[in-house]
Design a protein around this ligand. Structure first.
Ligand code: ADP
Length: 243
């Protein structure tokens, strides 16, 4: 009942789609939260939405991996937890998001992918969104447990261009080789089976309960079935909901 699945309001003001710049004085920025378990396609949908809406993707996972790659202070702090599939400290991700939201390209709106993941993060985010006067929409990507396991265990990525493949549902033309640049595909370190279990466990215990938090705090929340349809069809459903 209540707010779930409501489709009445328009969250993307005319002019924001196709990358046009709406008048910042008259338009509230859109805060689009992509919510769902690991493997539900948040990153894939975020990339499609970036192209259409012209607002940036903010992925805490990507940001943290970048710090690990650079080997800086944040990277050193979070590396072991990420390898183990455990959530990193709230204060670390909250600070990253706060700094990212202050960048000029986020002024018209942004797509949050993998954040918030705990109650403390959700509360911090609500404060930031209120300060910005953002219009918030939560898209909950609903995927069967077995499908999530199949997606994550079969996931392969090009270390050069970042293209994602899946050994069963989206194989490269030559096994183990990127179609675009010929690089050898790799398995993300936390896509090993025992780590996948940890990540799903963290999702169930710490993140999934945020659905109730979003509802209670009056956020617009839509469930979108992302188990069966190809990414383009899921994307179409999301656009129809937010437009
Ligand atoms: P997935 O959603 O597939 O698990 P992500 O790339 O979003 O992958 O996250 C990878 C890892 O980065 C997580 O397992 C966790 O260790 C860390 N991480 C990412 N986002 C957060 C967050 N919002 N809070 C705490 N840890 C995070």
């Amino acid at each position: 009942m209540g707010r779930k699945n409501q489709v009445t309001s328009v969250a993307v003001p005319a002019g924001r789609e196709n990358g046009q710049t709406p008048n910042p004085k008259s338009q509230a920025p859109l805060a689009l939260i992509l919510f769902g378990p690991p493997g539900s396609g948040k990153g894939t949908q975020a990339k499609l939405l970036v192209k259409t809406l012209g607002i940036p993707q903010i992925s805490t996972g990507d940001m943290l991996r970048e710090h690990v790659r650079k080997g800086n202070a944040v990277g050193t702090k979070v590396e072991a937890k990420m390898k183990a599939g455990i959530l990193v400290k709230d204060e670390v991700v909250n600070r990253l998001v706060e700094e990212r939201l202050a960048q000029p390209d986020a002024a018209r709106g942004f797509i949050l992918d993998g954040y918030p993941r705990t109650r403390a993060q959700a509360e911090t985010l609500c404060g930031m969104l209120a300060a910005q006067g953002a219009e918030t929409v939560v898209i909950h990507l609903v995927v069967d447990y077995n499908e999530v396991i199949a997606r994550l265990t079969g996931r392969r990525q090009c270390p050069v261009c970042g293209t994602l493949y899946n050994v069963t549902s989206k194989p490269p033309k030559v096994p183990g080789v990127c179609d675009l640049d010929g690089a050898a595909l790799s398995v993300r370190e936390d896509d090993r089976e025992e780590v996948i279990r940890e990540r799903l466990d963290a999702y169930q215990k710490q993140t999934r309960p945020l659905i109730d938090f979003f509802r209670e705090s009056g956020k617009r929340l839509y469930d979108v079935d992302a188990s069966h349809d190809p990414p383009e069809a899921v994307f179409g459903k999301i656009l129809a909901l937010i437009r």
